[in-house]
Structures are given as structure tokens and as C-alpha cells.
Design a protein around this ligand. Structure first.
Ligand SMILES: [Zn+2]
Length: 192
């Protein structure tokens, strides 16, 4: 075979992957200096994507300043932000309703417990009012379990409903600023 003769399957030959040394490849991989990584260098005039002041454009995937109504690619950022805010708002209400349902389920047995304790409170009071000839301490002793049960019920209910109160307070006080802060916080958590 002469130097000018080519093998019949020349068209399926692929260029060999040239590697200068394994150490160099490793170095480039570690420091992200190969061409593919270099191409990903962010545009310095764009904000960092993980930034409380930035929004990642849904159209081009680049970060853009929140204060801009339109991304540099022409996408309407204000609309995107409002859509995200509405979705977040729905989620907040949804979470609150789920929490309220879950807590209502936990509180239900307490109502039965209170119903058990109620006769201990009402009975001695009726007795003292209508049937007792003279005031005695004896009926008051009967009230002790009722007082204990109602005390436990009130305390447990207070503890159980605390997260719901906090959630209701959040619903009354949140704003789009809260949404932007939370979104930034979530981005940071995802990034870590
Ligand atoms: Zn864009």
C-alpha cells in the first residue's frame, strides 16, 4: 500500500482525541479551563443568577436585573415575575389551608376530652346552685378533674394552633418583597 492509498473505510475514521498528558487533562478538568467551560463564562454586564436583585429569564436562561421590565432578549420579565409571584401566593394559601386541616384533625380529640371533663364542672355548680342547703367544699373537689381536663385541653389547643397563628400572621403581612426575599433564600439553599 503506497502513501497515497487510503483505506476504503476512511470516511468512518474519527479524529483521534489528542491528549498531551493525563496530568494536564486532569488539571484542566479540575480548574474548569477547557474550552467548554470557558464558553460558559457569564456576561459581565448581566447580574449573577443567585442574586436578590436578579431574575433568570425564562426565555433565554440568562440572569437579568429585577428592575428591568424586559430582558435583553426581549422577554417580558415583569410579567414573568408576576406569574411567579401569583404561583407562590397560591402555594402559600394552599399550605395554610393544609395546615389548618391538619391542625383541625389534631384538635378534634381534644373536644371529646373537653366533653368528658364538662360534667365535672357543670354538675357541682348546679348542685351548689339548686340543691345544696349550705355551702360545702365537697362539690368543689368534684370540680378538680374538670378543671384539670379543661386546663390541659386549653393548653394543648394553644400549643397546637401556634403554627396556624404564625401562618395566618404571615398571610396578613406578606408582600411581593417577601416573595423576592424567599426566592433568593431558596436559590441560595439550592446552590449550597
Ligand atoms: Zn432573556
Amino acid at each position: 500500500m503506497s502513501n497515497t492509498d487510503l483505506p476504503a473505510n476512511v470516511h468512518v475514521l474519527r479524529p483521534r482525541k489528542v491528549s498531551l498528558s493525563e496530568k494536564l487533562d486532569l488539571f484542566l478538568d479540575e480548574h474548569g479551563l477547557d474550552l467548554k467551560e470557558a464558553a460558559k463564562q457569564p456576561d459581565p454586564s448581566r447580574p449573577k443568577s443567585i442574586n436578590g436583585n436578579a431574575l433568570v429569564c425564562a426565555s433565554c436562561g440568562e440572569a437579568e436585573y429585577l428592575t428591568r421590565d424586559y430582558c435583553r432578549c426581549g422577554h417580558y420579565l415583569r410579567g414573568q415575575l408576576e406569574d411567579e409571584y401569583l404561583a407562590w401566593e397560591n402555594q402559600v394559601y394552599d399550605d395554610h389551608n393544609k395546615l389548618a386541616d391538619a391542625i383541625a384533625l389534631k384538635i378534634k380529640p381534644l373536644r371529646y376530652l373537653f366533653a368528658i371533663g364538662l360534667p365535672f364542672l357543670v354538675g357541682p355548680m348546679l348542685y351548689l346552685n339548686f340543691w345544696a342547703d349550705s355551702f360545702t367544699l365537697y362539690p368543689l373537689l368534684w370540680m378538680a378533674p374538670g378543671i384539670l381536663i379543661s386546663g390541659i385541653v386549653a393548653l394543648t389547643e394553644k400549643v397546637l394552633t401556634r403554627p396556624l397563628e404564625a401562618s395566618a400572621h404571615f398571610l396578613n403581612t406578606y408582600s411581593i418583597e417577601t416573595f423576592i426575599d424567599q426566592r433568593f433564600f431558596q436559590l441560595k439553599v439550592i446552590d449550597q
